[in-house]
Design a protein around this ligand. Structure first.
Ligand code: GLU
Length: 481
């Protein structure tokens, strides 16, 4: 059997981190088994589907590096992978089910259904609707033929139960007394999610349905529909939902939930992917840092955990720092260059690119996000801007004016301008003025970069150059009096 899996997002929102994890597990399972990874668009909800979300899903998957073999934009043996373009196929399946007596036209109004449920509960019975409010099949056919509108419901066989072996959740049993005769076709002729998803899974030959646990209770409906269509059921794999560190369902309160937001904030796709992989799966050993091709080799659905996975933005940030440090230096400079240019609102000149290249390794060692880099290197490319908090804290202290004056004197005397020469000059200044490194260097940091958080001091001064460094010391000195 050749593995065929699908990722089937609805374009009703930006790709969620939970969706990213589901896509990744589908991808890993397909690649590990030499199977086919399909991208389908569950876009039957016309009112809530937008082109912006459609584009975002594709862009986010591509950004993550999860390429699909078949489906949206990739094409394949099916005519279309968009549910909105398959309406006639769903209607055809429904007509067959009605003809076979496996589904029926339903005329029950919402009020009638509400009363049914209330009465059932009051009588200590299951509130799942069983079709008992409907006319005979012949009457129903006549009413529909006369133009009356009706939904179509699936006739769940009762008594009975549906049992399936979920790869993550093991044996799952649903008593049909609790499963209502669910709507498969709305009165306007559009399919419900249950119908469209199941027909597609059958038609596309999906072997494994890997998706979020929120759909677990839909699965008995899908199994029943699949078998009513005379098809074999897929293997189901329901991934536990993502929680915030407080154990509550992941929401905006915990940080961004859209993949796009992380992309926009300067996270690296590989770090994101690595972090998503660990949300429910452990690659074995203590290897938390693992590349995509290695994940493909080691991925095993049998080891996916059924415990809720905690999405912790602090860990993701840490992971991003690990990946930033591992970037080749030239890639790091390339990665931050455009961010710096956007920040400055202009392109960097050739000599400025050299400066960026000089300071980049020091920034790379410490950065956790690419987007934090422009603020750290801005002082090298524009006019000085003081962070007032840093200024007030550092420049008003005893010894600050002394340090600035001493540094001006010693740096003026430096021969060839280099990191080593700058360091030697500034250490000599400390000794001469009897200042501690903290007292002597913090004011210089603020004078040079505007902030007490900056790349290392000697390298910053060396990269800024003699003239501009001395200029900044003079500007600071005049602001201090
Ligand atoms: N379209 C559904 C969703 O976005 C997923 C359907 C499925 O995987 O069966 O939640």
């Amino acid at each position: 059997m050749t593995v065929r899996v699908r990722f089937a997002p609805s374009p009703t929102g930006f790709l969620h981190v939970g969706g990213g994890r589901t896509a990744l597990y589908n991808y890993l399972f397909a690649r590990n088994n030499g199977g086919t990874f399909i991208l389908r668009s569950d876009d039957t909800d016309e009112a809530r589907s937008t082109d912006e979300f459609r584009a975002d899903i594709l862009e986010s998957l591509r950004w993550l590096g999860l390429d699909w073999d078949e489906g949206i934009e990739a094409g394949g043996p099916m005519e279309t992978y968009r549910q909105s373009a398959r309406l006639s196929r769903y209607q055809e399946v429904v007509a067959g089910l009605v003809a076979d007596g496996k589904a029926y036209y339903s005329f029950a109004t919402p009020e009638q259904l509400d009363t049914f449920r209330k009465e059932a509960m009051a009588a200590g019975k299951s509130p799942a609707y069983d079709g008992s409010l409907e006319p005979s099949a012949a009457d129903a056919a006549a009413r529909v033929a006369a133009g009356e509108s009706a939904t179509v419901r699936f006739a769940v066989p009762r008594p009975g139960s549906t049992v399936f072996d979920d790869v993550v959740r093991e044996t799952v049993t649903f008593d049909h007394a609790q499963v209502e005769d669910f709507v498969i076709l709305r009165s306007n002729g559009t399919p419900t999610y249950h119908l469209a998803s199941t027909v597609d899974d059958v038609d596309f030959g999906i072997t494994h349905v890997i998706r979020g646990e929120d759909l677990l209770s839909s699965t008995p409906k899908h199994v029943l529909l699949t078998e009513a269509m005379g098809a074999h059921r897929a293997t189901y794999v329901h991934l536990s939902l993502l929680m915030g560190p407080d154990g509550k369902k992941l929401s905006k309160r915990h940080g961004h939930t859209a993949i796009k937001a992380y992309r926009d904030e300067g996270y690296l796709a590989d770090a994101m992917l690595n972090y998503l992989a660990l949300l429910g799966w452990s690659p074995g050993d203590d290897d938390t840092v693992i590349a995509l091709d290695e994940m493909v080799k080691r991925f095993d659905l049998a080891t996916v955990s059924k415990n809720p996975a905690i999405f912790d933005t602090d860990k993701l940030l840490w992971m991003n720092g690990v990946y930033i440090r591992e970037m080749p230096a030239a890639d790091f400079v390339d990665g931050v260059r455009s961010l710096v240019e956007v920040d400055l609102g202009r392109e960097l000149a050739a000599d400025e690119l050299d400066t960026l290249g000089e300071i980049a390794p020091l920034v790379q060692e410490r950065a956790k996000l690419l987007n934090e880099v422009p603020a750290q290197v801005r002082f090298l490319f524009g006019d000085i801007e003081y962070d007032e908090t840093s200024w007030n804290k550092v420049m008003t202290k005893d010894g600050a004016a002394e340090a600035v004056a001493g540094a001006t004197e010693h740096l003026t005397a430096v021969g060839e301008w280099s990191v080593e020469a700058v360091e030697a000059a500034l250490r000599a200044m400390l000794a001469e003025r009897e200042l501690s490194a903290r007292k002597g260097f913090q004011p210089l940091r603020v004078a040079i970069s505007g902030s007490s958080v900056s790349p290392p001091l000697f390298e910053s001064i060396a990269a800024l150059g003699r003239e501009r460094s001395l200029d900044r010391l003079a500007t600071a000195a005049s602001r201090m009096v």
